[in-house]
Design a binder for this molecule. Structure first.
Ligand code: FMN
Length: 188
């Protein structure tokens, strides 16, 4: 079986972010023959087409480094809060930087989305807001199981995911992502 390399992105820059903690938990819940590398969006400038190819001769260094990590991915794990019922601006900005050019490192790949909220919303509106983005990039999303975690204070202890049913759910979504990547590698 081929080795599968995933790249994970957190939509929150907050030091004590529940979503970043969730992404780190995913590192410990991977299926066999799957690796996960985390790419940070913290250093990316605001998207400016004048600094992107083909207008510029090279992209900003932080963008190039980010795109290089993404280029190695067979698939993506995006873990994000919901901001104002939608995708956090910094995360959307990162995807905008990764989406342009013949060498876009995100297009035509598989993706799994997760999100966590203190309240009962579970980031579902953020997750729905991603669908047109995936559509534009011809990405294929894992639709089931959904990982939309509510009431984080009951599921995390000192910044670590400790809720066993949530861990099982994440494992199942990662297994589904692996299966989707293998299907796509097989030309399906
Ligand atoms: C700008 C902003 C907008 C927010 N909008 C929403 C929202 O639409 N829905 C929601 O459930 N929580 C919303 N929240 C609360 C976040 O869910 C909460 O701050 C969460 O802990 C952020 O994720 P993190 O812990 O990974 O940083 C918002 C928070 C911020 C800072």
């Amino acid at each position: 079986m081929p080795h599968i390399h995933l790249v994970g992105i957190s939509g929150s820059l907050r030091k004590d972010s529940f979503n970043t903690a969730l992404l780190h938990a995913a590192l410990t819940l991977l299926p066999e023959e799957v690796s996960l590398e985390i790419a940070s969006i913290a250093d990316l400038p605001v998207y400016n087409a004048d600094q992107d190819l083909p207008t510029a001769t090279e992209r900003p260094a932080a963008v190039t480094a980010f795109r290089n990590i993404l280029a190695k991915a067979d698939g993506f794990v995006i873990v994000s809060p919901e901001y104002n019922y939608s995708i956090p601006g910094g995360l959307k900005n990162a995807i905008d930087w990764a989406s342009r050019g013949e060498d876009t490192p995100m297009a035509n790949k598989a993706v799994a989305l997760m999100g966590a909220t203190p309240g009962l919303g579970g980031t579902l509106r953020m997750q729905v807001a991603f669908h047109p983005v995936f559509q534009f990039l011809n990405m294929r999303s894992v639709y089931k199981p959904e990982v939309a975690i509510t009431q984080v204070s009951k599921k995390f202890t000192e910044g670590q995911l400790t809720d066993e049913p949530t861990k099982e759910l994440i494992k199942k979504q990662l297994v589904a992502l692996k299966a989707l990547v293998l299907k796509m590698k097989d030309g399906q």
